[in-house]
Ligand binder design. Structure first.
Ligand SMILES: [Zn+2]
Length: 496
């Protein structure tokens, strides 16, 4: 049982003849037949020692890497290992250390390739829905408010609160963005984050904007911990943002939802910067709302430059687990690495991978705090992206670099130019005209856009399966290939 929490690299260090094998090889040249056998035998021993935990999950922690498809998992693993000066290909991330895995079908009710709204709703509410809708069933039509009633589907957070558990949501995206919204909101249009995003008719027909639902809906109002971005949807157009005083709120109904939240939670704390976040009293049961940007929080690669300072995803995860852990009846927590998706949409792999590593850091932090005998911890993605890892780069080749073959020579395409290992099928990285030679560019720069095939203003989601990986009670039910909405039902089974 102890083996469960030991990352493979460390396990390797304990059992392999070359104690630092997994950490030091860069080309694989020093590694012998015997080393690979021992490495695999150690893995088999770990797999055999892993016994299903069939008890009840007091706590459930759902990690979602938005857009974190399989190619992102692999690229981020190599990136993380290489950043630490280790062998990237054989590196073991915190998410790699989880015990069980399944492939997950991500199509939505009406689309082969889905967006985050129906996929997050599938995970949180247990049914598929149409693209662009949140917290409703497949019968609900996009942007249609007249027939929304009785098509709303309760989320796992509503169930958790009903069972007396504490609840928390964390996202590096706007807290009104599709994934976090799927925990507390029901809407036929994911874009209706503030009232100013909505057509007059939709308001007249009784639809509520997502920010208002977080403050007013029973599930949103009962959230014990909320950390994310997206202040502007909560502030009126008459009020300046606390951090960027030249910016105003986006609400046109005149309401200041942040003050309203503070009034309904007299003992609670609203924070918007890193210093106030660090000063939060995590021992109390009082609610906390932290919104650290008017829009999405910064990419991890840019976080240090933020004016007011922002906590990392791992910081927020630690704070949330500490606070929610005060309630002895258990908790359900969502932690979203929301901007892996945005890096990819921008055709910018460096930022996407940096954010995937930040999510992995948060998972490592959680694994260090929870007991997997009573906590189901799962990691998945809502959907994939068009990122590819291609060519035949040699072991140890920088993951953001151009392809060098096993002899160390730059591989040339038919046009005599190099190409990067990472690329996108479409997006703004597509070159119209003659493509530049990546060998003459700084492909490792944080702003570098990988070349793409089809010119689109934004890179799109990918439709292949994603992974769900898990440890803890009922984690062993994640096996084979499953429907995305089955994830909800496994969580319910674990929380029974
Ligand atoms: Zn997206």
């Amino acid at each position: 049982m102890i083996l469960r929490s030991i990352p493979f690299a460390l396990l390797g260090a304990l059992t392999l003849s070359s104690p630092v094998l997994a950490q030091t090889i860069t080309t694989g040249a020093q590694v012998t037949t015997e080393d690979y056998r021992r490495q695999a035998q150690a893995e088999v021993a770990r797999l055999k020692a892993d016994r299903p935990i069939t008890g009840r999950a007091r706590n459930v922690i759902i990690f979602i890497g938005d857009g974190m498809g399989i190619s992102t998992l692999t690229a981020a693993r190599i990136y993380q290992g290489q950043k630490l000066g280790r062998d990237g290909e054989s590196f073991t991330t915190a998410m790699d250390s989880l015990s069980y895995a399944a492939l997950v079908k991500t199509y939505s009710h009406d689309a082969q390739v889905s967006d985050s709204a129906p996929t997050a709703s599938a995970i949180m509410a247990g049914v598929k829905a149409r693209n662009d809708v949140i917290g409703v069933g497949p019968e609900a039509l996009v942007s249609n408010c007249t027939q929304l009633k009785d098509k709303t589907i309760p989320s796992i957070f509503e169930f958790a609160q009903g069972s007396g558990r504490a609840t928390g949501i964390i996202s590096t995206a706007r807290i009104t963005h599709a994934t976090p919204a799927s925990t507390y909101a029901h809407t036929p249009q994911r874009d209706w984050e503030a009232d100013s995003d909505m057509p007059v008719a939709a308001k007249a027909e009784g639809c509520l904007d997502i920010a208002r639902q977080l403050i007013e809906n029973p599930v949103g109002a009962k959230m014990d911990v909320i950390f994310g971005g997206g202040r502007s949807a909560f502030l009126p157009s008459s009020l300046a943002d606390p951090e960027y005083t030249d910016q105003k709120g986006r609400r046109t109904d005149g309401r200041d939802l942040l003050s309203e939240w503070s009034r309904s939670n007299p003992g609670g704390s609203f924070v918007w910067n890193a210093a106030d976040f660090a000063a939060l009293d995590l021992k109390s049961n009082a609610r906390v709302l932290g919104l650290f940007e008017p829009d999405h929080m910064k990419y991890e690669a840019d976080r240090a430059k933020d004016k007011g300072g922002e906590p990392s995803l791992a910081d927020m995860t630690r704070a949330a687990i500490t606070k929610l852990g005060n309630k002895k009846t258990g908790y359900v927590l969502l932690v979203e690495g929301g901007r892996v998706d945005h890096g990819h949409h921008a055709g910018n792999a460096a930022r996407a991978l940096e954010d995937a590593v930040a999510l992995d850091d948060a998972i490592a932090a959680a694994l260090g705090m929870v007991n997997l005998r009573d906590t189901l911890l799962l990691v998945t993605a809502d959907h994939s992206h068009t990122l590819t890892i291609s060519g035949y780069p040699q072991r140890g080749n920088p993951i953001l670099g151009v392809v060098r073959d096993v002899d160390g020579k730059v591989t040339k395409a038919k046009d005599g130019k190099a190409f990067t290992t990472l690329g996108y099928a479409n997006g703004s990285g597509a070159v119209e005209g003659v493509r530049p030679d990546p060998e003459k560019q700084d492909t490792g720069a944080v702003d570098y856009k990988q070349q793409a095939l089809i010119p689109l203003s934004g890179e799109t989601h990918g439709g292949e399966d994603v992974a769900v990986r898990a440890s803890g009670p009922m984690a062993h039910l994640f096996k084979g290939t499953i429907e995305q909405h089955t994830i909800y039902h496994v969580m319910r089974e674990a929380m029974r």
